[in-house]
Design a protein around this ligand. Structure first.
Ligand code: PHE
Length: 460
């Protein structure tokens, strides 16, 4: 800890005044010269009566610096006309080593006796340095004491009744102190990202579908979507079936008949799948494998209207698949789904609405790749160019719902329904830099991550 910090913490106990003073000190080389003489004096002392070869002189430790200084002080001279090279001779009998004398004054603490220009000259020669010393002048304060009494922070009933409060010292209130952070609820990152997606759909004029049923009959999850009963996705390995209640009971009877017919014999210009459609299979309850089951229910409801009106629907909710768990897959995740129904919509409308939707997410470079879904034709996977990864990554799935799905519901001919879907987890993991889905969902989630994660802004 520093003196300043201690002083600041004990304001009334002691008073402190900061003082600075400056003085001169010898450097290492300066101390050496004060001890043994300047380089030029050492050179002078090294030259005998009959002189010294210059080459020999230069070999002395002080030779180079001392030679030129002694020459300019006219203490020595050089004679060139000699055997073996130039020779150096003394020019005077005695010398006065002024540099050493000045440094000795400083060593004795008498630097005040030197002139300012001398000191600066010696400083330039790196023989002196000026040192600044900061110190505190400490005196007793008003509340000076050698024992520290702890100040009371609370006036208790006991202090009042006994009167002991009179002898106590109370701590002053600190109105600038921040209170303790309140413990409050925190939104999970998935919910923060969901809020942003919901906002985007609402800006685009979409209405949210009711997705509050995790359990769905195979009929709405698969059959109404023209997904054949032998389709591999209906296998135990991909779908969770319910054991209790295992079967659903209520279906719109005439619609169910039309679904059965389109699967077995076709119709509406389709050949159907030509297999023996079984009600037993359609009644099996499952954990919904996609929110497209909800879209199917909503489109059926729309078809029951007296007169068709165009709609834009969306949903963001949980779906379940019997997946092998790994770093990026869980048995449940969230789907984001958009559906638009109107007369005469084309693939161009689908691409346009996808462009608009993804632009609002900050994703502008899109590519479409032909794909397959039992309920859409044509179908397209959506790819976007990931600037960080420098490659195209899949961001969604889309398509135009088949007539075999829409016409049995009773939607008018000429009405097209375009739709797309994506997962909520993927953009959330990218946005929050989470690599393993188990750090986002499940019992291994670090709650501090949930508390600390900021609001989501998808467009920045
Ligand atoms: N239901 C599809 C899926 O599970 C997504 C999708 C929705 C595809 C709508 C096309 C149209 O991936």
């Amino acid at each position: 800890f520093s003196v300043a910090a201690v002083v600041a913490a004990l304001p009334a106990v002691i008073l402190a005044e900061q003082r600075t003073s400056k003085h001169w000190e010898l450097t290492g080389e300066g101390a050496d010269i004060a001890e043994r003489g300047s380089h030029e004096a050492r050179v002078f002392g090294a030259i005998p009566k009959d002189g010294l070869l210059q080459t020999e002189l230069m070999k002395l430790p002080s030779g180079r610096v001392g030679f030129s200084k002694a020459m300019s002080s006219k203490w020595i001279r050089m004679d060139k006309g000699h055997e073996g090279g130039p020779r150096v001779f003394r020019m005077v009998e005695t010398i006065e080593d002024v540099v050493r004398q000045k440094l000795l004054l400083v060593r004795q603490g008498k630097s005040a006796e030197l002139e300012e220009k001398d000191k600066n000259e010696l400083k330039k020669r790196k023989l002196l340095t000026e040192v600044t010393v900061k110190s505190y002048w400490i005196t007793k304060g008003g509340s000076f004491s050698t024992s520290i009494t702890k100040q009371e922070t609370e006036l208790t009933a006991e202090m009042i009744s006994s009167g002991s409060w009179r002898d106590k010292k109370f701590k002053l209130y600190n109105f600038d102190a921040l209170g303790m952070a309140l413990d409050c609820g925190h939104l999970h990152p998935l919910m923060k990202v969901r809020t942003q997606f919901r906002q985007i759909f609402l800006e685009m004029g979409f209405t949210e579908m009711p997705t509050n049923n995790f359990i769905e009959s195979s009929f709405w999850n698969f059959d109404s979507l023209f997904q054949p009963q032998q389709h591999p996705a209906r296998d135990q390995h991909d779908t969770f079936f319910l054991s209790d209640p295992a079967l659903a009971h209520e279906f719109p009877q005439d619609y169910l008949e039309k679904v059965k017919k389109v699967h077995t014999e076709g119709g509406y210009g389709s050949q159907g799948y030509k297999y023996d459609w079984k009600l037993e299979e359609a009644r099996k309850n499952v954990l919904r494998t996609h929110t497209t089951a909800v879209s199917a229910r909503m489109l059926y409801r729309l078809a029951q209207q007296e007169e068709f009106t165009p709609v834009k629907y969306f949903s963001i909710d949980r779906v379940f698949r019997n997946e092998t768990l790994d770093a990026t897959h869980l048995a449940e995740f969230h789907q984001i789904e958009g559906v638009v129904a109107d007369y005469g919509l084309t693939l161009g409308d689908l691409m346009g609405v996808l462009h608009q939707f993804f632009t609002k997410l900050g994703i502008t470079k899109l590519r479409f790749k032909p794909a397959y879904n039992p309920y859409t034709e044509p179908s397209m996977e959506v790819f976007s160019f990931h600037e960080g990864l420098k490659k195209w990554v899949e961001v969604g799935n889309s398509g135009i719902f088949r007539p075999e799905m829409l016409l049995p519901m009773g939607l008018p001919e000429g009405v097209t329904v375009i739709a797309w879907g994506l997962s909520l987890e993927r953009p959330t993991m990218i946005k929050y830099g989470i690599n393993n889905i188990r750090e986002l969902v499940g019992h291994k989630v670090n709650l501090q991550m949930v508390y600390d994660s900021p609001l989501c802004r998808l467009d920045s």
